[in-house]
Write a protein that binds this ligand. Structure first.
Ligand SMILES: Nc1ncnc2c1ncn2[C@@H]1O[C@H](COP(=O)(O)OP(=O)(O)OP(=O)(O)O)[C@@H](O)[C@H]1O
Ligand SMILES: [Mg+2]
Length: 297
């Protein structure tokens, strides 16, 4: 199968645009620090061995066990909370930190709608073959299986087709094989429904990262960043933060995506082209919309 039908694109890392995007993400540094500390153990095992020797005078048995981990990161959480964008910027930052180059490919789940149902296992095979090919001598290769629940649904699901079960089995096998690539690949899987993912896959994840809608402080930080240059008093900003929170929105607050890609553009549309963006426009925009509904468990 031609690469173009499986992958949305192959991005070469590092990429300037992704670095910029990282700077605009609230809470990114904290998230990255955690992933990196974990994945470094897999991607740079020699450094870990050196650390063990320096600090313990020998190779700790635990170090050998670490090599049995899988370079798999699961990104789980509600819609519009930053799973897809985080996978990309984490990969970009990782190659920068490790002073390497790399590739990032994304397995498209669009194939579902293209009548390729029975070819899912083949698709998974192709994706990992491509990953292996890209993980050249000194390069890192990242694969994002976005909305992975479309492929990696628990095999315990009663109405699952044989072909789908085969795809999950293949996926597990391929994840197992990534360990042979000795720290040159990382697989990300994103999902809105962590509990739908096959248990054997979840068990293999080195990290399961939870993504949530922004809390009060995060909403404030995001609005301050996005609206830098708009004259808002602290009281007005606080009001916008409150109006977009769960308390006044039947328990569900605005997602990062709601704030950035819906609320602010809507307010700009009210002001543009002949007025500046004001608190009044932002407040009117909030009044015109509701937070996106949460993904039903
Ligand atoms: N931590 C964050 N700080 C600022 N903006 C964010 C953050 N997380 C997400 N966003 C914004 O929200 C938008 C949606 O993010 P993304 O597509 O990664 O969400 P997602 O979790 O993959 O959603 P879905 O489950 O619907 O695919 C992006 O445009 C991004 O700019
Ligand atoms: Mg996504």
């Amino acid at each position: 199968m031609a690469d173009s039908t499986i992958f949305d694109s192959t991005i070469e890392l590092p990429m300037a645009e992704l670095k910029q995007r990282a700077a605009s993400l609230i809470g990114f540094e904290r998230r990255f620090a955690r992933v990196f500390a974990n994945l470094k153990q897999l991607l740079a095992p020699d450094e870990l061995k050196a650390w063990s020797t320096i600090h313990h005078g020998k190779l700790l048995p635990a170090i050998a066990s670490l090599a049995d981990r899988y370079p798999l990161v699961i990104l789980a959480g509600d819609a519009g909370t930053g799973k897809t964008v985080s996978a990309e910027v984490i990969a970009d930052r990782m190659v920068r930190e490790m002073k390497k180059e790399g590739f990032f490919i994304k397995l498209s789940t669009r194939v579902r709608g293209e009548g390729l149902h029975g070819q899912m296992a083949q698709l998974v095979n192709d994706a990992f073959a491509q990953l292996k090919k890209l993980a050249g001598k000194d390069k890192l290769a990242f694969l994002l299986i976005d909305e992975a629940d479309a492929i990696a649904t628990s095999r315990a699901t009663a109405q699952m087709h044989q072909e789908e079960k085969a795809a999950v089995n293949t996926l597990i096998q391929k994840i197992d094989e990534t360990r042979e690539l000795k720290g040159r690949t990382v697989v990300f899987m994103s999902t809105n429904r962590l509990h739908f993912l096959d248990e054997a896959i979840v068990r293999r994840a080195a990290i399961v990262m939870q993504f949530d809608r922004p809390d009060e402080l995060e909403r404030q930080e995001l609005l301050e960043k996005e609206l830098d240059g708009v004259s808002l008093t602290p009281k007005e900003l606080a009001e916008l933060v409150a109006l977009t929170g769960p308390e006044v929105n039947t328990g569900i607050g605005y997602s990062f995506s709601d704030l950035r890609l819906r609320l602010v553009p809507e307010a700009i549309a009210l002001a543009y082209p002949d007025k500046p963006l004001t608190f009044a426009a932002l407040k009117e925009a909030v009044g015109n919309m509701q937070p996106s509904p949460p993904i039903q468990a």
